[in-house]
Design a protein around this ligand. Structure first.
Ligand code: MG
Length: 287
């Protein structure tokens, strides 16, 4: 191709891309607050059958035969006064009301923690979900005691234990110091949060956690557990691998039993409040 022809082809291609972008920006309708399945599009917009395949060979670039993505109506954000709505496909673990039917005590008995008007108060012994999970998105809201008592690890201490083994620390770390890998939002005993995004005692705070369970092959660790955590919307762990299950003054060792488990809330002797806890088990693309 001559340099002039090549330039024309490139210019025309670029023009088409720019036109497509302009249509997307100017012509796209505003997303509705909740989604219904879209109407069937004309065949010309659903993709291609002559494009290169991805390295794993499964799908082509812009593959027209790739499954239509499942629709999930998103939730709403919480305010200090009111918990938000979870996404439509979430399993609600703590909602409004007093329902603790998804929970039991770690020792197996019925829940003894107090639950009222959608607010749970930590009590004696760990509380755990009846169901077990592996890979998931988890939303947890908590508030440490408004009246501050104690310091360091004794100030609003609880914890979210993923699979009952990997703790994301709950603590009052607002203008309060402790060892960095034990402060609020720490992967306890392993990594401090990237930043301290704590709100004041008594204020509602949120963790949004994306967790991938460890994988084992022939009883040996193949991939460690990995977690991404947002604390009050601020990223504090970015796809960080746990060194092992959480332990105090130790580094825990992975065992094949740590591939799945319940969500647990820790009793550390401080009355911490929780609300609006939901979980979405995760699977792969095209499911
Ligand atoms: Mg704790």
């Amino acid at each position: 191709m001559s340099p002039v022809k090549s330039f024309v082809v490139r210019f025309v291609t670029l023009g088409a891309v720019c036109t497509a972008l302009a249509v997307d920006v100017a012509g796209a309708p505003q997303a509705p607050p909740s989604q219904a399945a879209p109407p069937a599009p004309p065949p010309s917009v659903v993709g291609y059958t002559d494009t290169p395949r991805h390295p794993d060979g499964k799908w082509r670039v812009h593959d027209s035969t790739r499954p239509v993505t499942r629709v999930v109506a998103p939730g709403t954000a919480s305010t200090p006064e009111r918990a938000g709505q979870p996404p439509a496909d979430a399993i609600v673990l703590i909602g409004d009301g007093a329902d603790l039917s998804k929970w039991r005590m770690k020792s197996g008995g019925a829940p003894t923690w107090k639950m009222e008007n959608g607010v749970l108060e930590s009590g004696k012994e760990y509380l755990q979900t009846r169901d077990e999970f592996s890979d998931f998105q988890l939303h947890v809201e908590f508030a440490t005691p408004k009246v501050v008592k104690g310091d360091g690890q004794g100030r609003g201490n609880s914890g979210v234990f993923l699979l009952g083994r990997f703790e994301v620390q709950v603590l009052d770390s607002f203008q309060s110091r402790t060892y960095p890998d034990g402060q609020a939002a720490a992967m306890y005993g392993q990594f401090p949060p990237l930043v301290n995004a704590s709100r004041a005692p008594g204020e509602w705070q949120a963790y949004d956690i994306v967790f991938t369970a460890p994988r084992f092959t022939d009883g040996k660790l193949a991939k460690p557990a990995v977690v991404t955590v947002f604390h009050n919307g601020v990223v504090v762990h970015n796809a960080t691998a746990y060194l092992g299950p959480t332990a105090h003054k130790l580094v825990g060792e992975y065992t094949p039993q740590s591939a799945k488990g319940p969500i647990e809330l820790q009793d550390h002797g401080n009355p911490v409040h929780f609300r609006n806890i939901w979980i979405r088990p995760l699977s792969g693309y095209d499911q």
